[in-house]
Each structure stands twice: as C-alpha cells, then as structure tokens.
Design a binder for this molecule. Structure first.
Ligand code: SF4
Length: 376
C-alpha cells in the first residue's frame, strides 16, 4: 500500500467514527463500546473480546448539547453530549467514562439517565499519582473494573488473553514511536497533521488493522528523503490537538511540532505496559508513570519541569499551550506553568481552543506574531 492510501484510511477512520459503528461491528465481529478520551485500560476491554472506540465528541457545530448541560462546560463534554442528543451514540453497546473531572462526572450521570438499558461504568482514577497509595488504589479499581467488564461480557477475562492484548497494544505503541522518531529525524517525511492523525486513528480503529497499516506506512516512508530542517520547532502541550485545522495553521506559519504531551499524541504511545508480571499491576504502573498532565496532581510542579525538559531536549524554540475553553483542571494548572516558563526563559503562547474553534484567522495571526517574536 502507498503512504497516501494508508493516510487516507486513517483520515477516514477519524472522520465521524461514530457514524460507522455497525460497519465496525460487522468487520470485527465484536461489540463496540465507547470510551471517553482519558486513560482507559483499553487492553482489558480488548482482552474481553470488545472493540473499544476512544472518542471525545465531535468537531461539528453544536445545537442540542445545551439542552443537556451548561454552556460553560468544556467542548469535549458538550460535543459528546451533542452526539448523545442527536442519536449518534445510540449504536454503542456501552460507554466507559473515566472520572477525570467534574464535567466528565456530570456527563456520565447524563449518559446513564438517557441510556438506562446500556452497559455503562465510570473508571475512578486516583487524583494524586506517583505514590504507593495511588498505585494500591488504582490496582483495586482495575480489579473492580475488570469484574464490571466481565459482568457485561458474561465471561472471565483470562490472564493469557490480557497478556496477548498487552503485547498487541505495545506493538502498536512501538510502531507509533517509530513513526515519531522517523519524522523527527527526517523532517518533512510526513506532515505533523498526518502523523497526529495516524495516532488518533489508533484510538478509533481496531489495533490489529491499525498496526498492519502502520507497518505499510513505515515501509513506504523509510527510504523517503528528508526535507529541510524546520525553521520553527515547538513543543505543544494540552489535552487534544483539536480542531484538526489547527495543525494546518501550524504548517502554514512554518511551525514544526517536535514534542507534545497530548492525549491524542505522545501520552497515548510513549509508555508501554510491562509484559512480565501481573497484567493488572503492569497496567497500574503504566498509568502511574505516564506523562504528567493537568488531570492529576503531582509533587513539585512536575508538569512544568517535564515540559521545560522536553523543550530543551528537543531543541524547541518555545511552547504552545492549547488551552481548552472551560477546562477547569487546565485552568487551575496554567498559572503555575506560565510562571515556570517565564523563569526558565521559554517563549510561550497560549491558544484558547474548542472542538468547534471557528476563530482560526485570529489564531493564525497570533501564531504568526509568536513565530516572528521567536525569530527576533
Ligand atoms: S479534563 Fe477538561 S477538557 Fe477534559 S473533560 Fe474535564 S473539563 Fe473537559
């Protein structure tokens, strides 16, 4: 397969994935369960014979979400509820909602109220990470969650099926890391937008198919010549790179993304689940040790220190924060981040985004001004 045809399949998989649920069920022979963006133990769902589809709403304009939730909730939650209100989510066999913030919790209650006959569970994540007590708590939660999934599937999830699923997911992460290394070592081989769409596709299609396509993609790109070194290299921080047009803007103003901590980016593929030892313990360890983000609490400004190191290690000229409007966890963290960047003398630009961002012209102007400022 050519790189173009693989990328076109990834584009197709990430465009309105929820409108193709019956096709996915037919192709996989599995029940499709939805998972809200954050840190679900997907390997466990796969081991149970389910097909997880990780999503976070829609980029389409919203017209019904405000009938279900306050307009001052973030657009990830509002646009997911838009899909509930317009019937798009009817085809899901179940929905799993990680408890990362009050808005997600509220969304879960609304989902349960509207779909009382469907399988639903919350995945109760610890707020503080990096401690033995968090790990103990998470392990207990993983055990509870496993029982819940088994109840839905009507059978036990065996240790060997968990091990197989962990291997499959690790292989998929390794392929995304390989593509990431390739694009960083050979600039221009794949655009930032195509790379991040490839990662997003992994969340929205069967891992088996995604890995097979990634191998085709890597095979067809490995001998491609490198382009010119990018003029402006930036780290991007936040929750998600949305809407997709944002990455077109970055390219238009000559920005190349050399590092990130995004949920639909590095956070999804950088860390593996250990393949030896107890699978649930290994999954807890991955979560506890994953990249820092605003949804959790860390000692000693770990998120800021991580991002400052990322900027230095990648030789980035600065950092762009994608600040999701009405995201409380991010709003609470931002002042500390900005202070730390200022002290470390790292140029920073905060862009307020929504899934439905329409002010792209304004954003472009701000990005151009930032690029100019960095170049001075
Ligand atoms: S963490 Fe922020 S963006 Fe994510 S669901 Fe909660 S409020 Fe919305």
């Amino acid at each position: 397969m050519t790189a173009e045809s693989v990328l076109s399949r990834f584009n197709e998989a990430t465009t309105d994935p929820l409108s193709k649920l019956s096709e996915m069920e037919k192709a996989t022979g599995k029940k499709v369960v939805g998972g809200f963006l954050y840190d679900l133990p997907e390997e466990m769902l796969h081991a149970a014979g389910l097909q997880p589809l990780i999503f976070w709403g829609t980029n389409k304009p919203l017209s019904r979400a405000d009938t279900l939730i306050q307009s001052f909730c973030c657009s990830l939650v509002r646009s997911t509820l838009e899909l509930l209100a317009d019937g798009t989510l009817d085809g899901l066999q179940g929905m799993l909602i990680p408890h990362v913030c009050d808005s997600a919790q509220q969304m879960s209650s609304i989902w349960k109220y509207n779909f009382q006959d469907k399988y639903t569970d919350d995945y109760y994540l610890p707020k503080k990470l990096r401690s033995q007590s968090s790990r103990d708590y998470l392990l207990a939660e993983l055990n509870r969650f496993k029982g819940s999934v088994e109840g839905f599937c009507g059978g036990k999830i065996t240790e060997s099926s968990m091990e197989e699923s962990i291997k499959l997911y690790n292989e998929n992460r390794a392929l995304m890391r390989e593509l990431n290394d390739l694009r960083l070592n050979k600039p221009g081989v794949i655009s930032d937008k195509d790379f991040y769409t490839s990662v997003k596709a992994s969340m929205m299609m069967p891992k088996e198919e995604h890995s097979a396509l990634m191998k085709e993609l890597l095979g067809s790109l490995k001998d491609a010549p490198a382009g010119e070194e990018p003029e402006v290299k930036l780290v991007v921080s936040g929750l998600v790179w949305e809407p997709p047009e944002l990455l077109d803007l970055f390219a238009e103003v000559g920005i190349s993304i050399v590092g990130d901590d995004l949920y639909n980016g590095s956070r999804y593929f950088l860390k593996d689940v250990a393949e030896d030892g107890d699978p649930l313990e290994a999954m807890a360890d991955r979560h506890i040790n994953n990249l820092p983000c605003c949804c959790y609490h860390y000692p000693q400004q770990e998120t800021a220190q991580h991002l400052i190191k990322l900027v230095k290690d990648t030789g980035a000229h600065g950092i762009v924060i994608l600040e999701l409007m009405f995201c409380e966890p991010q709003d609470f963290e931002l002042p500390d981040l900005l202070k730390a960047f200022e002290e470390a003398d790292i140029p920073e630009l905060s862009l307020e985004t929504e899934q439905q961002t329409t002010a792209l012209g304004q954003m472009k102007t701000r990005l151009e001004a930032f690029v100019e400022m960095i170049g001075d």
